[in-house]
Design a protein around this ligand. Structure first.
Ligand SMILES: Nc1ncnc2c1ncn2[C@@H]1O[C@H](COP(=O)(O)OP(=O)(O)OP(=O)(O)O)[C@@H](O)[C@H]1O
Ligand SMILES: [Mg+2]
Length: 225
């Protein structure tokens, strides 16, 4: 098991629960869709996995560790094994595409020359070889999204959390990006791909985690009890 939730609930400090008794178990190496309407709790679920939020109740086991035992000092090491593409990108405004993508490697102590070559190849892979030195405000929404994807996978994460990674691109670019995610998955990365675009989910025969108003109504293996 790569990740499991046992009766996990989350209420933000302001009020009612946004995730209710969510239980799931993810196997390593698979590609999972996380679906549900706007407000269903997709981003909140990913925030729990990335340790941005702590559950109000329930248990999260990630990489065989109970995350409740984890202290904030342990977050960086854990996050090096995770990649995340935020729905709103969160690129660093004063860094170029190249520098934004390289940041996780520099933070992990990577050497300038090796990092640079690897990052350039990765940005080529996402189709941005001619935008290496552009700042986020000089990039289109879809280009920023691709930088965010490159940054999320630069560390070769075991688990990639992608929050609506095709939400800001046209259909053709979305197809290309999905192809990249599938390739990445083939190379061994487990992926949780959050989207409310049902046509994407229908096209690929992949396990689906479906949220409805904070409850998981279908798990990867079928309808929840
Ligand atoms: N920081 C927060 N504080 C309080 N409530 C929040 C916070 N973040 C999200 N919510 C609420 O939690 C619920 C779930 O939000 P979430 O962002 O997880 O949904 P989502 O499925 O990702 O939606 P979308 O498809 O629009 O991105 C919503 O009702 C939202 O208003
Ligand atoms: Mg969201």
């Amino acid at each position: 098991m790569l990740l499991s939730f046992e009766d996990v609930s989350l209420a933000y400090s302001t009020g009612r629960p946004v995730l209710k008794d969510v239980s799931l178990a993810l196997m390593p190496g698979l590609f999972y869709f996380l679906t549900g309407q706007s407000g269903a709790g997709k981003t909140s679920l990913l925030r729990l996995i990335y340790q941005i939020e702590r559950p109000t109740s329930g248990k999260i086991i990630l990489f065989d560790k109970d995350t409740a035992q984890l202290k904030p000092s342990g977050f960086p090491a854990l996050r090096r094994r995770l990649g995340i593409v935020f729905q709103d990108f969160r690129l660093v405004p004063h860094l170029t595409a190249l520098e934004n993508t390289a940041l996780p490697l520099y933070l992990a102590g990577g050497k300038e020359k090796q990092v640079r070559q690897h990052v350039i190849e990765l940005l080529e892979w996402v189709g941005l070889s001619d935008r290496l030195h552009a700042y986020p405000h000089e990039l289109s929404g879809g280009e920023q999204q691709r930088v965010a994807i490159a940054r999320a996978i630069v560390n070769k994460p075991r688990l990639l959390l992608a929050d609506e990674p095709t939400g800001n691109v046209d259909d053709e670019s979305a197809q290309r990006l999905i192809h990249l995610f599938l390739e990445l998955n083939k190379m061994g990365t487990t992926i949780i791909f959050a989207t409310h675009q049902q046509e994407i989910v229908r096209k690929l025969q992949k396990p689906v985690l479906q949220l409805e108003r904070g409850r998981l109504v279908s798990t990867a293996k079928g309808r929840a009890a």
